[in-house]
Design a protein around this ligand. Structure first.
Ligand code: HEM
Ligand SMILES: *[C@@H]1O[C@H](CO)[C@@H](O)[C@H](O)[C@H]1NC(C)=O
Ligand SMILES: *[C@@H]1O[C@H](CO)[C@@H](O)[C@H](O)[C@H]1NC(C)=O
Length: 454
């Protein structure tokens, strides 16, 4: 098993020995090609998005929840939807979300202030931050405020439960077969939680349709955009393909559910590990804080705006270096069509390719001293020298992460405000990494937070 700290170290060792990649067997008959070098990753990720099938055991577990959304769909459906959804992540749509991120992170900080009223507190970053990323997603996708950070919310609880159930199922091979799984208590819980989540999304879409005029939808939404933040549901209702056809309610539900799923744990993992890395390297933490204080020097209250986010070079380098060392999505997979490698060898059709993002980021043939946290790797001077595929936390090519600007924006806003209000320090025990679909820590990622005087 490669998902524990020891397993990950063994895997990194293999990568150092076979820096291009290696083959291993899943069970007695299923060959898997592990790729962990930019030269090999290029042809694999560049293979036409339409024929590439993802092949991940987890994905079959998630399908009842996510349906035919971007993550799991393929072929024409995927490419049509990808074109229709791309405008949803245009910076004009994302800009107003900075205010939402500011509000949701401030709710989390108010909790931290209470918990650290004695001066400091030891907190599980994953627990706090994933609740916060869910809160902001629910506001950005649905314009719905469930106050989930302050009191239990049925919908958010269901999403947290679905994610936990998928993770648990992945650990027990006896539960891989659907018909066995749905006989278990967990399987039934999974089904119930799925229904609850779907009902919520359906209700929002129905409600929105009711208030939409049957004609002049475009004008209506454009007018709305002037007075109010457009959420993703608005944008999905507005979007049309080349023939003027719109998305069905079912399609919209699937895509909204996909955003909620793909956006929360990944961003929470990214943020938790960046705080961990800055806790371990206080001098970098202090340099980020100074950069932020300098930028907001004359501003009272200390508020952050979209344009500020481009003025934080060092903080951005620290986030990237953390995404390198602790990529939130450590591995992705593809079932290949015939792929020709640079040396002429061919990965035959049907073979599973594991694109080992973590392995690539820890490959000593790609990154010297890969285990060292060193933000200067992302100094623009040094970036010029490096292959664009050496750093792929959001994957690359046609099926890369559609939410990456959203995620980088949220991470920056959260980090800026956190560093202004708190100092983070490591806990006594070193975390042990644990990988399922995302990079976690066994038993949570615990850090000390200390209030800073305003
Ligand atoms: C730090 C945060 C994030 C990381 C590291 C991340 C990483 C990734 C990666 C590696 C993929 C490729 C998956 C594969 O090929 O199997 C992906 C796809 C995707 N991501 Fe993200 N993601 C993040 C945040 C988000 C957010 C915030 C959203 C939405 C609001 C999002 C939505 C998606 C979607 C819809 C896809 C599927 C795209 C497609 O196949 O066309 N992600 N992400
Ligand atoms: C990617 O694929 C396209 C066509 O499928 C090809 O024209 C292009 O050269 C490829 N790019 C790389 C970097 O391999
Ligand atoms: C940011 O959040 C704080 C705390 O909730 C609030 O007082 C402030 O008005 C917010 N700023 C913006 C620009 O929304």
């Amino acid at each position: 098993v490669t998902n524990t700290e020891e397993g990950l170290r063994d895997m990194t060792q293999l990568v150092a020995t076979y820096p291009q990649g290696f083959k291993f067997w899943l069970g007695p008959t299923l060959p898997v090609i592990n790729v962990c070098h930019p030269d090999i990753i290029r042809p694999v990720l560049n293979a036409s998005a339409i024929i590439v099938r993802k092949d991940d055991i987890f994905f079959s577990f998630i399908k009842p929840w996510l349906g035919e959304g971007l993550l799991l769909s393929a072929g024409d459906k995927w490419s049509r939807h990808r074109r229709m959804l791309t405008p949803a992540f245009h910076f004009n749509i994302l800009k107003p979300y900075v205010k939402i991120f500011n509000d949701t992170v401030s709710i989390m900080h108010a909790k931290w202030q209470r918990l650290a009223s004695e001066g400091s507190a030891c907190l599980d970053m994953f627990e706090h931050i994933s609740l916060m990323t869910l809160d902001s997603l629910q506001k950005c996708v649905f314009s719905f405020d469930s106050h989930c950070q302050e009191k239990p919310s049925e919908y958010i609880t269901a999403i947290v439960e679905l994610s936990a159930l998928i993770q648990k199922r992945g650990e027990n091979i006896l539960l891989y077969m659907d018909f066995l799984y749905y006989l278990t208590r967990d399987g039934q819980r999974f089904r119930e939680a799925c229904r609850l989540v779907h009902d919520f999304t359906d209700a929002v879409i129905q409600e929105r349709r009711r208030t939409l005029p049957s004609q002049g939808l475009d004008d209506f939404l454009k007018a709305k955009a002037k007075t109010k933040t457009l959420d993703f549901i608005d944008v999905l209702l507005l979007s049309k393909d080349e023939d003027g056809k719109q998305l069905s309610d079912e399609d919209i539900r699937a895509e909204a559910d996909n955003f909620m799923f793909a956006g929360h744990d990944s961003t929470a993992s990214g943020l938790s590990w960046v705080l961990y890395n800055l806790a371990r390297q206080p001098e970098y933490q202090e340099r980020c804080r100074q950069e932020v204080q300098e930028l907001l020097r004359d501003r009272e209250p200390k508020e952050i705006e979209w344009d500020d986010l481009a003025q934080l070079p060092f903080l951005t380098m620290c986030i990237k270096e953390s995404l390198r060392l602790h990529p939130p999505a450590p591995m992705i997979s593809r079932r290949c069509t015939d792929i020709v490698l640079p040396d002429g060898r061919v990965i035959p059709k049907g073979v599973i390719c594991l694109i080992n993002i973590l392995g690539t980021h820890h490959n000593p043939a790609v990154w010297p001293d890969p285990e060292v946290y060193d933000p200067s790797r992302f100094d623009p001077e040094n970036v010029k020298e490096m292959s664009p595929l050496a750093f792929i936390p959001f994957s690359a090519g046609p099926r890369n992460c559609i939410g990456q600007t959203f995620a980088m924006t949220e991470m920056k806003v959260v980090l800026v405000l956190t560093l202004l209000r708190f100092r983070v320090l490591p806990d006594d025990t070193e975390p042990r990494r644990k990988v399922d679909m995302i990079m976690r820590a066994e038993g949570g990622l615990w850090l000390q937070v200390e209030r800073l005087e305003a």
